[in-house]
Design a protein around this ligand. Sequence first.
Ligand SMILES: [Zn+2]
Ligand SMILES: [Zn+2]
Length: 265
Amino acid sequence: MRLVDSHCHLPLISPDIGSIDDIVLRASQSGIEHMLCVSVDLESFPTVLATAEKYQNVSASVGVHPNTEGKVTDPSVEQILMHCDSEVVVAVGETGLDYYRNDEPPKSQQSRLRNHITAAKECDKPLIIHCRDAARDLIEILRNEQAEQVGGVMHCFVEDWETAKAAIDLGFYISFSGIVTFKNATQLKDVAKQVPADRLLVETDSPWLAPVPKRGKQNEPAYVCHTAQYLAELRNCDSEEFGEVTTENFYRLFPLAKAQKSEKY
Ligand SMILES: [Zn+2]
Ligand SMILES: [Zn+2]
């Protein structure tokens, strides 16, 4: 099956299960043809960038997660843009709103999100959006800031269909992580059945959220096949076709990842 992992955090995976070299190799051997290694703060961005520069099948993003417990630099638009320059940086994020963890006030999360959207429009790169328990505010900001000019992905989607629909209408893709394979994720499974095929993506969000049957273990990009297999069955879709469609969706949303791949091979 042809597959990509649209969202992972390679430098955060525990060395107990192998070096980044090992993990990228295991992914390639499992047929994962590309990985998007996502930035969570500017302090660790150099490692994310170096990883993408080292491997032909890894791209990077630049951004600061909405929940950083006040420990990291709040990025200005200029700072984000400065790091967008590289061609292996294919997206801006992850950014968004997370009122569940609640360790940063909503107002500061919102202004941080607006900065990311401004930067994304300026450098014309799509957004990687993290949203938890904040759907209403998030959609309103995406609309008001005209995020549809660049589009992007709602990563590790866990909200309801109404939110998915609103994001899709703004040109966004919906990416599912291992959560959709969890027994109690009934509502999410319903949402996953309804997302149009041309807006679907799959991800691991590794090192977290390993899909069934690896649940509870340290997650890694190779495991995206379990989520893809599960979603294909849920949607009554041939798994080869599911892999093909989600891979093509990925390169459509992140054309720079496609360029990077063809340039280096
Ligand atoms: Zn996230
Ligand atoms: Zn993430």
